[in-house]
Design a protein around this ligand. Structure first.
Ligand SMILES: Cc1cc2nc3c(=O)[nH]c(=O)nc-3n(C[C@H](O)[C@H](O)[C@H](O)COP(=O)(O)O)c2cc1C
Length: 167
């Protein structure tokens, strides 16, 4: 893997994000990954920032609350479709997704949360700010359409400590 510049890969990231990327967490020795299709990536506090929106009902929410870091692994070439489908519909409460799918984990020097190998890009993310959505502040059409059960997101803003590209 080689390190690449955040701004060089922003367009690629934004283009594939709606199709799904892997958001990986680790807490108390347990690794879990879920499919993420929303988010933003940009520049705040003079830092490169990636924001991951995680609904409170997700097992990922429980793990990320107990960790300083998460990683985001991005397939740019349509690979790992079956895995994204599984990780986007099954919970780590019911399955060990890493074992079930034989996901190959990779270590990074910045943190103890692994990346999912076989993806093209990996973002190493250190949480700097988090915010629970306030439904009273949300436009009514979005509240109705996207939150029928009031299962709101927490937005996790993280400094991008490194971006790796698989060779
Ligand atoms: C394409 C796609 C995109 C998704 N994007 C998100 C997202 O951005 N935020 C979120 O909380 N859940 C999202 N989900 C749903 C979670 O991936 C799903 O609920 C998953 O089972 C949660 O796993 P967990 O309980 O192990 O955390 C998405 C699902 C799919 C299929």
């Amino acid at each position: 893997m080689k390190k690449v510049d955040f701004n060089q890969v922003l367009n690629d990231y934004n283009e594939v994000l709606p199709k799904g990327v892997f958001l990986t967490t680790k807490a108390k020795g347990e690794v879990n990954t879920m499919t993420m299709g929303w988010g933003t990536a940009g520049f705040i506090w003079n830092q490169n920032i990636l924001m991951a929106p995680v609904r409170k009902s997700r097992y990922t929410h429980q793990l990320i609350e107990n960790s300083e870091f998460f990683t985001v692994s991005v397939p740019l070439n349509g690979q790992l479709k079956k895995e994204l489908q599984f990780c986007g519909t099954k919970s780590g409460r019911d399955y060990n997704k890493v074992e079930e799918l034989n996901l190959e984990l990779g270590e990074v020097e910045e943190c103890n949360v692994p990346i999912i190998k076989g993806n093209d890009l990996h973002f190493i993310c250190k949480i700097k700010y988090q915010q629970d959505m306030v439904k009273e502040n949300l436009a009514e059409d979005i509240l109705e359409n996207k939150y029928p059960d009031k299962d709101m997101h927490t937005f996790y803003y993280a400094e991008v400590a490194a971006v790796y590209q698989e060779e």
